[in-house]
Design a protein around this ligand. Structure first.
Ligand SMILES: C[S@@+](CC[C@H](N)C(=O)[O-])C[C@H]1O[C@@H](n2cnc3c(N)ncnc32)[C@H](O)[C@@H]1O
Length: 196
């Protein structure tokens, strides 16, 4: 069901969906490990799609932790709300969502899990999403995202990696997850702690 909805949406919105199939459980597990989801207080997921990472977040997130998913595709968001009761989804572009208003009275995010297809995005969109999101990641918080093997060498993939290195501390790459279509790896970085 998820895979067929995903593929249908890919055929009509290929540039924003950016993949032919949802991420695999193996990639979801690698993302959770990298992000340290088991100790998170407030998780932001960008581009949850049909919920491949969302299910893993739900299964690992400590009780009483909070979650927000930002999904631009309202068909995906409708299905996510039906499937994941008690989790909060907003239909918006990650580049334009008003995080400051949403976070009023709530703790900042300490983990961002991104399923966005960064390599399919122009530089301006890569930058505007990072500029809108990263100010709301608490100091020392983690930012986890993935790249498809090979695609990371395209100019847009290299540019995105460079942006991560410029904006985050200690960016690392995981081992390749071969059990994914296409094989992929995880980038993990942290928001630098301010030193006085
Ligand atoms: C490659 S799919 C990944 C879906 C899911 N996280 C997974 O790993 O299977 C990218 C997702 O990002 C969403 N998306 C694309 N551009 C977005 C944007 N600017 N803001 C929020 N979501 C976006 C798409 O609608 C799609 O659901």
């Amino acid at each position: 069901m998820s895979a067929s909805l995903f593929f249908r949406e890919f055929l009509t919105n290929w540039q924003s969906v950016g993949a032919v199939a949802p991420s695999s459980p193996a990639l979801a597990e690698r993302m959770m490990e990298a992000a340290g989801i088991w100790k998170a207080n407030h998780v932001l997921e960008l581009g949850p799609g049909t919920g491949a990472f969302t299910a893993a977040i739900r299964d690992s997130l400590p009780k009483h932790s909070e979650y927000l998913g930002i999904e631009i595709n309202d068909g995906f968001a409708k299905q996510l709300r039906e499937r994941f009761h008690g989790m909060n989804f907003e239909v918006a572009g990650a580049q334009e969502f008003d995080f400051a208003s949403y976070l009023r009275g709530r703790p900042p995010f300490d983990v961002v899990v991104s399923g966005l297809p960064w390599t399919a995005f122009p530089r301006s969109l890569q930058e505007s999403i990072l500029e809108n999101v990263l100010p709301h990641l608490g100091q020392g918080g983690s930012f986890a995202t993935f790249a498809y093997l090979g695609f990371h060498q395209l100019p847009s993939g290299r540019r995105f990696r460079q942006l991560l290195h410029e904006r985050l501390h200690g960016v690392e790459t995981s081992r390749v997850v071969w059990a994914n279509l296409p094989p992929a790896f995880v980038y993990i970085g942290r928001k630098a702690k301010e030193t006085h």
